[in-house]
Ligand binder design. Structure first.
Ligand code: ASP
Ligand code: MG
Length: 421
C-alpha cells in the first residue's frame, strides 16, 4: 500500500461544489488502495480577504493575532473537506497544524518548520481514516502560539508531511496542468514539462515562476521528496519534480525553461569612491534592513575620477527602506547620488544541461539583440543566466528567448482562467 500526500490550493476548493469535487478525487485515491493525507489551503481568496479585514481594523495588526486570524481560513476548508468525504461513506478526520505536529520557530507570518511529529495523523491512518491537515500553519513550543509559514505556505506543509510520513509521492494539485517552459499566458507555445530536477525548479521559482513556492521546493530537495504538480480539474499527468540520485544518468535537456519576474526594482549608488571597503560598507547598511538583494553589478571605475557605480536589484516593496538607510549614511559612504528604478523586468533562463554546454549565453544575448532589447544587468549561476531589461520589453524577451532555444511547442498551450495557485 502506498502513502500519498495531496495538496489542494485555494483555487481548487473555492466553493462548496469544488470541495465536493476535490473530496471525490481524494476518495478515488483511497479506493485505489492508498493511504491518503491531504494538506489544504484556505478557500479561494479567503487569506487576502482576512488580511484586508485586519487592515480595516488597524494598519499594523499584531503579528500573533494576524496568525490567529489567517489560520482560520484553512480551518474552514479542512473541516468542510472532511465532512464532504464522510458524507461519501469514507472515514476522514481534519487536524489543525498544531494537532498535526507541525512544529515551527516563533517567527509570526514567516515561520520555519523545525520538526514534524505526526503522531495523531499516523494513528488516524492506522485506523483507516483519510487525514486532512490545515496547510500554512504550525505551532511554536516555546511561546505556545500558532504561527503561519508565509504566503503560499500550504505547499510547504504538504512537502513536510510527505517527508515526515515517508510518503511515496507528494501531489500538488493546482489550477494549471503542471510546470511550463514559460508562462503560457505570455508564451502561447509554452510546453508542459514532464520531468524537471528540483535544482532547476528552484532556479525557476527564484526567477519568478509562481506555480510552486520556493521554500516548498527547497524542503523537497533537502528531504528527497518527489513532487507531482498537476491540475485538480482533469486527470492529466502533470510535472514530476525529482531529485536525481548521485551518479544517476539523466538525459537533461540543455534548457528547462524561462521565467520572468516583474516584482523587483533596481537601486544604483552613483559615484562611489573606488577604494577597498566601499561595497562592504554599502551592503552592510543594506543588510541591516533585511532586504532580499538579488543581482549586484559594479561598473568599472572611470579612470579620470576614481569613482564607480554600484547597482543592485531587490523586491519593489523593500526599495524605500533601503533608499532611506543609504541616504542616512551618505556622508559616511561618500557617494554622489542614489537612483531608483522600478520599471525593470528580470528574465531567467534555467537548465541543468547548461553546465556542460558553452554558447548558451551567446545565444541568449543574440536573441535579445535581434529583438532590439537592451540588457541592463547580467548574472549567472551554474544552471541559470539572468538578465534585467526594461519592464515593457520583458514579455517580448521571454518569447524570443523561448523560441531561440527551441522550446516552442507545436500547439498552443491550454490556458485556464487559473492563476497557477
Ligand atoms: N492560504 C495561504 C495563502 O493564500 C496559504 C496557501 O494558499 O498556500 O497564502
Ligand atoms: Mg491561498
Amino acid at each position: 500500500m502506498s502513502l500519498i500526500v495531496q495538496k489542494f490550493g485555494g483555487s481548487s476548493v473555492a466553493d462548496a461544489e469544488s470541495i465536493k469535487r476535490v473530496a471525490k478525487r481524494i476518495v478515488d485515491a483511497r479506493k485505489s488502495g492508498n493511504d491518503v493525507v491531504v494538506a489544504v489551503s484556505a478557500m479561494g481568496d479567503t487569506t487576502d480577504e482576512l488580511l484586508d479585514l485586519a487592515r480595516e481594523v488597524t494598519l499594523l495588526p499584531a503579528p500573533r493575532e494576524l496568525d490567529m486570524l489567517l489560520t482560520a481560513g484553512e480551518r474552514i476548508s479542512m473541516a468542510l473537506l472532511a465532512m464532504a468525504i464522510k458524507s461519501m461513506g469514507y472515514d476522514a478526520r481534519s487536524f489543525t497544524g498544531s494537532q498535526a505536529g507541525m512544529i515551527t520557530d516563533a517567527q509570526h507570518g514567516a515561520a520555519r518548520i523545525v520538526d514534524v511529529t505526526p503522531v495523531r495523523l499516523q494513528s488516524a491512518l492506522d485506523e483507516g481514516a483519510i487525514v486532512i491537515v490545515a496547510g500554512f500553519q504550525g505551532f511554536n513550543r516555546v511561546t505556545g502560539d500558532i504561527t503561519t509559514l508565509g504566503r503560499g505556505g500550504s505547499d510547504t506543509t504538504a512537502v513536510a508531511l510527505a517527508a515526515a510520513l515517508n510518503a511515496d509521492v507528494c501531489e500538488i494539485y493546482t489550477d494549471v496542468d503542471g510546470i511550463f517552459t514559460a508562462d503560457p499566458r505570455v508564451v502561447p507555445k509554452a510546453r508542459k514539462i514532464d520531468r524537471i530536477t528540483s535544482e532547476e525548479m528552484l532556479e525557476l521559482a527564484a526567477g519568478g515562476a509562481k506555480v510552486l513556492y520556493i521554500r516548498a521546493v527547497e524542503y523537497a530537495r533537502r528531504h528527497g521528496v518527489t513532487l507531482h504538480v498537476r491540475s485538480s480539474f482533469n486527470n492529466n499527468e502533470g510535472t514530476i519534480v525529482y531529485n536525481p540520485k548521485n551518479g544517476e544518468h539523466v538525459e537533461e535537456p540543455i534548457i528547462a525553461g524561462v521565467a520572468a519576474d516583474m516584482s523587483e526594482a533596481k537601486i544604483t549608488v552613483v559615484g562611489v569612491p573606488d577604494i577597498p571597503g566601499k561595497a562592504a560598507q554599502i551592503f552592510t547598511i543594506v543588510g541591516k534592513t533585511n532586504a532580499n538583494i538579488d543581482m549586484i553589478v559594479q561598473n568599472v571605475s572611470a579612470a579620470a575620477t576614481g569613482l564607480t557605480d554600484i547597482s543592485f536589484t531587490l523586491p519593489k516593496s523593500e526599495a524605500e527602506t533601503v533608499l532611506n538607510a543609504l541616504a542616512a549614511d551618505r556622508d559616511e559612504i561618500g557617494y554622489a547620488s542614489l537612483q531608483h528604478d522600478d520599471q525593470i523586468g528580470k528574465l531567467a533562463l534555467v537548465g541543468a544541461g547548461m553546465r556542460s554546454n558553452a554558447g548558451v549565453s551567446a545565444k541568449l544575448f543574440t536573441a535579445l539583440f535581434e529583438a532590439g532589447i537592451n540588457i541592463e544587468m547580467i548574472s549567472t549561476s551554474e544552471i541559470r543566466i539572468s538578465v534585467v531589461t526594461r519592464a515593457d520589453s520583458i514579455n517580448d524577451a521571454v518569447r524570443v528567448v523561448h523560441s531561440a532555444f527551441g522550446l516552442d511547442g507545436d500547439s498552443e498551450a491550454v490556458v485556464y482562467a487559473g492563476t497557477g495557485r
